[in-house]
Design a protein around this ligand. Structure first.
Ligand code: ZN
Length: 180
């Protein structure tokens, strides 16, 4: 993948202290990555604050916006609200690869002191993925009912009920009786 220039922060020219950046991400951003994704129609806003210290940066990513996912219960798409914060520390060192190998904290990464730019696209990619829950279920409606398609739920319940009746030995017995 070629580096996404718009996500490069030229940190050398930044004064020590907090700086703010904002990024808008849609589906085309994910086309730069090969990994699978089970969401689409992304409209995400990333507010990044970068606190520049002498030998490291403290980053805070606030992910907001929406993405469309498929409900695990009723199989219909719905719009998910993205709402999450992530912290990350980037340390400036002489030997970033070596340091990264022995680093166990996923919230810490390294770049060389000789670098002039920090590219945050991989972090944004990762944090959008992390802000989408593994399980996608329609949120409840305002009156506390399931937000799922009621027709699909009714059908699933009927199929469940039928499966139970088939397994129930009382019904099996009656079936036998009926055959005679
Ligand atoms: Zn649903």
């Amino acid at each position: 993948m070629k580096p996404l220039r718009e996500y490069e922060i030229a940190f050398v020219g930044l004064k020590p202290g907090v700086h703010s950046f904002q990024y808008e991400v849609d589906d085309s951003f994910f086309d730069n990555y090969e990994g699978p994704r089970d969401f689409s129609n992304v409209k995400a806003t990333i507010n990044l604050s970068l606190d520049k210290k002498s030998s490291f940066f403290m980053l805070k990513f606030e992910i907001g916006g929406t993405a469309t996912v498929t409900c695990d219960r009723c199989g219909e798409p719905f719009e998910l609200q993205l709402w999450d914060d992530f912290h990350h520390v980037v340390k400036l060192v002489d030997n970033p690869e070596e340091m990264a190998e022995s680093e166990e904290d996923p919230d810490v990464s390294y770049i060389s002191r000789t670098e002039s730019h920090l590219n945050v696209s991989d972090l944004i990619y990762e944090f959008i993925h992390l802000s989408i829950p593994m399980q996608h279920i329609h949120p409840d409606t305002a009156d506390g009912k399931s937000g799922c398609n009621p027709k699909v739920i009714e059908m699933l319940e009927r199929m469940n009920q039928q499966a139970k009746e088939k397994d129930n030995p009382i019904w099996k017995g009656l079936d036998k009786f009926k055959d005679n």
